[in-house]
Design a protein around this ligand. Structure first.
Ligand SMILES: [Zn+2]
Length: 402
């Protein structure tokens, strides 16, 4: 909408439709009278707008519900759990995870494809995406619902045209959206929009949307990564907004001169001290390097429980190197909280407390709040799916046009 010009009727209509849709999502079950009261729109307008949302299958009636106050019993409205669905896909170096989300934000199905090593040739990853998509498309079909979109999260940078640069995956300029779209067309026989997102940003949004962190005006900083280390920053100011924030690969910032060789080819990267490959190697040379969903979760928990001085030392070094890398950003951004997700999550509160202590001593300010994430290894896939369904709830007119 042009900021300096009056809204045209079609824009005003789209705006009011979005307003009612978001109110049903936030307050449902809700009556039309209550929607009118909350939105400031007339009852007639609300009746017309809810009719359109009902016809589009985005909301549904719950049937007659007795009003709690005086007046006639009213029909209550909720977001339609049988409406369009979103598919989220998470590509990691050793697996692809996926999930199917309905409009109410409920996970309807999940899928996982493990692979030995999906780094390098992007065809390896897109091949692993296929069975995940096949299963989730079949689940949507069985529910007789429309798939509104597929959103993919990758551990790396994504430019506006969906091209990916990821040190972790060994990709320098991969047109992922086109590759996934091609697989999707072959599977579904139709055209489903595909979007690609920075996975570290999605991990931060996942904490914002599904995590147990408090809300505050200040930004939320989320450290994540299943086989590497990344960071995402989102602002909690606007709860509906999901476009703000920044994210990136942190794992290849150098923390040791010399140091061990990293998967990127350089020496002394953060990943070689605090990354899961380094931490799992501390458990033993022959410990398989696996992300949480591929078996790494229980190994990380074992590491956190261990009293072995060598392992305790490895965790202490990991906490210090992580704090060294984060301190500058923490001092500048002053986040409300730092959440340790990804492979750090199974290390739990003791590790979070270590990182908090190291950060506080480096930043020379008030104590930095650090906590361990409670989300599982497919948090990025969940947030990806939610970007699809939230977009519909936030802007139903655009969905209805298409
Ligand atoms: Zn590196």
């Amino acid at each position: 909408m042009e900021r300096d010009a009056p809204a045209r009727p079609v824009q005003q209509h789209a705006h009011n439709l979005a307003l009612v849709s978001r109110l049903v999502s936030a307050h449902g079950p809700v009556s039309r009278a209550e929607l009118a009261q909350r939105s400031g729109l007339t009852k007639t307008t609300v009746t017309q707008l809810t009719r359109e949302l009902l016809d589009a299958g985005l909301i549904r009636e719950l049937g007659i519900t007795r009003a709690s106050g005086p007046g006639r019993p009213a029909t209550h409205l909720v977001v339609n759990s049988s409406g369009p669905v979103g598919i989220g896909v998470q590509i990691e170096a050793d697996h692809v995870a996926g999930c199917l989300f309905d409009l109410t934000g409920r996970v309807r199905d999940r899928a996982l494809r493990r692979g030995d090593d999906l780094r390098g040739d992007p065809a390896l990853a897109t091949k692993a995406v296929e069975p995940v998509l096949r299963r989730l498309l079949a689940a949507a079909d069985a529910r007789d619902t429309v798939v509104a979109g597929v959103a993919v999260g990758v551990p790396g940078r994504v430019d506006e045209s969906g091209r990916v640069r990821s040190v972790e995956l060994g990709w320098t300029d991969v047109e992922l959206s086109r590759l996934v779209m091609r697989r999707l067309e072959a599977l579904s026989g139709g055209v489903i929009p595909v979007t690609v997102h920075n996975g570290f940003r999605l991990a931060a949004l996942a904490e914002h949307w599904f995590g147990e962190v408090g809300t505050d005006e200040r930004p939320l900083m989320v450290v994540s990564g299943e086989l590497t280390v990344g960071v995402g920053v989102v602002s909690l100011g606007e709860r509906t907004s999901w476009t703000t924030g920044t994210a990136g690969e942190l794992g290849h910032v150098r923390v040791r001169r010399g140091g061990d060789r990293c998967v990127c080819g350089a020496r002394g990267c953060l990943d070689t001290v605090s990354g899961p490959r380094a931490l799992l190697r501390a458990l033993g040379e022959d410990t398989p390097m696996a992300s949480r969903l591929s078996g790494g979760d229980s190994r990380m928990r074992a590491l956190a429980r261990s009293r072995d001085p060598e392992l305790v030392g490895a965790l202490r070094r990991a906490a210090r190197a992580l704090a060294d890398t984060l301190a500058g950003a923490v001092a500048v951004l002053g986040p409300a909280a730092v959440v340790l997700g990804g492979h750090f999550a199974p290390l739990g509160s003791p590790f979070a407390r270590q990182v908090a202590g190291e950060l506080t001593s480096r930043c020379g300010q008030a104590e930095v709040s650090v906590s361990a994430s409670s989300l599982e290894g497919d948090a990025v896939a969940r947030a990806a799916a939610a970007t699809v369904t939230r977009r519909i709830v936030d802007d139903p007119a655009r969905w209805m046009e298409s």
